[in-house]
Design a protein. Structure first.
Length: 442
């Protein structure tokens, strides 16, 4: 019996230790870089872009293959039966073809190298897109968490004010109007809290879609964090970088170069081709009659090395039509490139101005928060001494709540605008995400 009790106690201790470990793991906080690393491993969009880039790397090899030797082997075996005379034939050969002059093949090789570069650019853009999506989702959760916390504080403050209004009414120091106003404001605060809870769940689900599992506890932004303008602090510098380095612009530039190569390939349909051809063929032939059982065996071998040329004369207007098609697609690519440049530079201007105005809003809202807090304390004191009414206190509490919500959103959006600005300029890298990660409270 004693042994059984000892085993049960040890089992309980082991279970307690295991539960403690699980709980400590569950409540461990996660920062922005942790989420980003999980997204790299689990996000299906990023995995798709990685696979597409791996496929694009094969384009160069495929293009080069048209300029390298082409070797083919062939053979066959035949036998007739039955009959008075039977024979069998075994034949095999090998042929090598080496292009010597082929404009289309050369242009195709040049195009394949551009297609590989395009794959690299698209994957780099997908990586930047992942950083932005992770940062957006992460800070959306932080914003929703803070809004929920503010709504809970607001609800508790209104609840206390409602209780005070009821006590004052009971002792005759206030009218029933104060109580009704406090009840109405409490119901609104309760509705805000419900909406905040729902918003937080929606934001967590959006982050879960990227990392593949429900997010744990996220590190919040430090209090009174100091935000700065990105360097360089000159809008024209960012606009110039966006016009040259934005990955949409880079991709459009490569697509334009590919279109020009495709036009050259189409025009090469009118050009002659010259190939070096070498072959070896061998044939064994066996023949015998059934009556005499006598057979005849022979074989033949041939070797050949030569030059083979081909001049296209007429293809039913197909080549000319392909040239016209390629020229039109080249013009389309040129206009797509111009559109990409204009879009990138406009984004750079927009995000730079958003960062600048966001910093101004943060400073203004920080001052407004201090003023709102002072106003709330003054109204509470005034209500206690009878120079303020209950609605004044409730309005001051609502103003403080709204100010804190706006400050949280302005601060988080300014950080995200800074990342988007760097993405528009094509300079966003993991170090930029790490700089934002340093702003979090560990």
């Amino acid at each position: 019996m004693g042994n059984l009790i000892g085993i049960i106690m040890r089992l309980k201790n082991a279970i307690s230790l295991l539960v403690g470990c699980l709980l400590s793991t569950a409540v461990s906080a996660t920062d922005l870089m942790d989420v980003y690393m999980e997204a790299q491993a689990n996000d299906p969009q990023y995995a798709s872009a990685r696979a597409a880039n791996a496929a694009a790397q094969e384009k160069k090899t495929q293009g080069l293959s048209k300029l390298l030797p082409n070797i083919n082997a062939n053979g066959g075996y035949a036998r007739n039966y039955p009959g008075d005379t039977q024979y069998s034939e075994n034949q095999y050969g090998i042929t090598l073809t080496q292009p010597l002059f082929n404009i289309a093949a050369y242009q195709n090789w040049e195009r394949s190298k551009l297609e590989t570069e395009l794959g690299d650019a698209q994957f780099a853009e997908a990586k930047q897109d992942l950083m932005i999506r992770v940062a957006d989702a992460y800070f959306a959760v932080l914003t929703a968490q803070e809004v929920l916390a503010f709504s809970e504080i607001q609800k508790e403050a209104v609840s206390q004010q409602l209780a005070l209004a009821r006590r004052n009414f009971e002792v005759g120091n206030a009218t029933i109007t104060d109580t009704h106003e406090a009840v109405a404001r409490y119901n609104l605060a309760e509705a805000d809290e419900i909406a905040a809870v729902n918003e937080l769940e929606v934001r967590k689900t959006a982050l879960e879609e990227i990392i593949g599992h429900p997010p744990g506890i996220l590190d919040p932004l430090r209090e009174h964090v100091l935000l700065k303008m990105p360097e360089p602090a000159i809008i024209t510098d960012w606009v110039d970088m966006a016009g040259n380095s934005n990955y949409r612009v880079v991709e459009s530039q490569l697509a334009y170069e590919i279109a020009k190569r495709q036009t050259a390939i189409a025009k090469a349909g009118h050009a002659p081709t010259v190939d070096l051809v070498a072959s070896y063929n061998h044939t064994n032939h066996d023949q015998y009659t059934m009556d005499s059982r006598r057979g005849l065996e022979s074989f033949n071998s041939s070797k050949m090395v030569g030059i083979q040329w081909n001049i296209p004369l007429f293809s039913g207007f197909e080549t000319s039509s392909k040239v016209k098609e390629s020229v039109s697609l080249e013009e389309k690519s040129r206009n797509d490139l111009e559109a990409a440049k204009r879009s990138a530079t406009q984004q750079a201007r927009q995000y730079f101005l958003s960062v600048s105005s966001g910093l101004s809003q943060v400073r203004a809202l920080e001052s407004a928060e201090t003023a709102s807090l002072t106003a709330l304390e003054s109204n509470k004191l005034g209500y206690e001494v009878g120079v303020r009414i209950n609605i004044d206190v409730l309005n001051a509490e609502q103003q403080l709540y709204d100010t804190r919500k706006n400050l949280t959103r302005a601060r988080n959006e300014t950080i995200l605008y800074g990342l988007r600005l760097k993405r528009a300029a094509g300079t966003l890298v993991e170090d930029d995400l790490q700089e934002v990660n340093l702003l979090l409270q560990k």
